[in-house]
Design a protein around this ligand. Structure first.
Ligand SMILES: [Zn+2]
Length: 68
């Protein structure tokens, strides 16, 4: 215990990328500017989690991704 890593493969080789989700379904109910997300993904196995951009900083998101 104590080691942080991808919940799928245990790798700590992760990266973040900002993405926007717009245009279809429920997202039409919201302002486009509020549909910005940050995806944190494992470079080893491809597992990804999405976080709303306003909820956290990038460094905080890596902690969330690894810190189960
Ligand atoms: Zn992984």
């Amino acid at each position: 215990m104590g080691e942080k890593g991808c919940i799928k493969c245990g790798s700590t080789n992760a990266a973040t990328k900002e993405v926007a989700m717009t245009g279809t379904g429920l997202s039409k109910l919201f302002d486009v500017q509020h549909n910005q997300f940050t995806v944190v993904y494992c470079k080893n196995c491809g597992y990804a989690e999405f976080y709303h951009k306003k909820s956290s900083t990038a460094s905080n998101l890596l902690d969330l991704f690894f810190g189960q």
